[in-house]
Design a protein around this ligand. Structure first.
Ligand SMILES: Nc1ncnc2c1ncn2[C@@H]1O[C@H](COP(=O)(O)OP(=O)(O)OP(=O)(O)O)[C@@H](O)[C@H]1O
Ligand SMILES: [Mg+2]
Length: 364
């Protein structure tokens, strides 16, 4: 994707302030966001970060308190109501709870957005059928939403969102109610639509796995602001902000493992020559036999309590939680050796006379 093309979505200094109980809440705070055509752009953040409010400004379902919203070269706030209605048709949306009409068949749901258009019923239905086939639900046209699984309902919602041939699809937690396999299937479908239709996708989620599997770019949102952004592989392989680091760690199950290990009472028994360490490897360091080097070079023993490798783009990030034991001097040298070889080492606990000390020192 050439950076020189003009963005299809250009949010300039967009803020949304809500007044509630006499207080101002800055749900979106001075956000600048440019999304290139054909991109799959993820926005990740915890609940209340302002993600939904931000993406609702893209079609002015949410009017910004200040700032400008330019989509496909048009300043949306300058459009007349009919012009805005036309512009909105080019921005499809899907949500966590599908929002299907339960009293209508699957086919009727998909053709619904086309009812206001002056095209014949036959053409409308042909279009809806084609879209159902595109999302893999060709034989379900006569079913009702309640007869479908969550994944199938989301496919119907996607087909409906595509009815007006949008240039942009906004997905607001569309996979949050789905199991992991169905989530993957839906994400694959989105990716396929991105590739075959050239659809620009803005995808909101609180799960890093979702971003990792389909997005090219990501913005991390916290308290109404974008705190970090860039190419997915770059942002997640070298997070600058603690919140981004949190997303990476929980995605690799590291946070959970660390909590479990820290609460393990046997850690009380760490002896003076033992260190509980959290090691993080990146890129080259994941390909070296550093743990066996510790044994050979420093006569240290490593007892592995947890290990995982995350692949982000072409980068591997490895995590190990180990108890390293040996002579005091050798321990210090061994840890230095790890540091020198690009491993980030965090000392979680050290044993002293049988008393656990959670020193949490970052000694990298
Ligand atoms: N219409 C509204 N009136 C007042 N406050 C609102 C309104 N809509 C959202 N907010 C507040 O703005 C903040 C951001 O909400 P938003 O729904 O955008 O967050 P989010 O990141 O999408 O969260 P979630 O992951 O839970 O969906 C929250 O504190 C929310 O309570
Ligand atoms: Mg939301």
């Amino acid at each position: 994707m050439a950076e020189s093309t003009s963005p299809i979505i250009d949010l300039h200094n967009v803020s949304v302030t809500f007044q509630s109980n006499g207080k101002s809440l800055h749900a979106v705070d001075q956000v600048n966001l440019q999304i290139q055509p054909g991109d799959i752009y993820g926005i990740i953040g915890y609940s209340g970060a302002g993600k939904s409010t931000l993406v609702r400004t893209i079609n002015l379902l949410q009017q910004p308190t200040s700032g400008t919203v330019t989509v496909s070269g048009k300043d949306l706030q300058q459009l007349s109501n009919p012009q805005l209605r036309t512009a909105r048709k080019k921005i499809g949306m899907i949500f966590q709870h599908f929002n299907l009409l339960n009293s209508r068949t699957v086919l009727n749901n998909v053709e619904y957005p086309l009812l206001s258009q002056s095209i014949s019923k036959a053409k409308r239905q042909a279009k809806a059928k084609k879209l159902l086939e595109l999302v893999g639900l060709g034989e379900f046209e006569k079913s009702y939403p309640e007869q479908l699984s969550g994944g199938q309902k989301q496919r119907v919602a996607i087909a409906r969102a595509l009815a007006n041939d949008p240039d942009i699809l906004v997905s607001d937690e569309a996979t949050s109610a789905l199991d992991p396999k169905t989530t993957n299937d839906i994400l694959k479908l989105l990716k396929q639509l991105n590739e075959t239709l050239g659809l620009t996708i803005v995808l909101i989620t609180h799960e890093m796995q979702v971003i990792k599997s389909v997005c090219h770019h990501v913005a991390v949102m916290d308290q109404g602001k974008i705190i970090e952004r860039g190419e997915v592989a770059e942002v997640f392989s070298d997070p600058k902000q603690p919140l981004t680091q949190n997303f990476v760690d929980s995605s690799a199950n590291v946070t959970e493992a660390l909590d479990q290990i820290k609460s393990d009472s046997s850690l009380q028994d760490l002896s003076a020559n033992e260190r509980l360490l959290f090691l993080k490897f990146r890129g080259r360091a994941t390909k070296q036999s550093l743990i066996s080097d510790l044994t050979e070079l420093y006569k240290l023993k490593a007892n592995i309590l947890f290990g995982n490798i995350e692949r982000i783009g072409s980068t591997s990030i490895g995590y190990l939680i180990i108890i390293l034991s040996g002579e005091t001097k050798q321990l210090a040298d061994g840890i230095n050796f790890l540091n020198q070889n690009g491993v980030r080492v965090r000392l979680i606990a050290t044993g002293k006379k049988g008393v656990k000390q959670d020193v949490k020192t970052n000694i990298s």
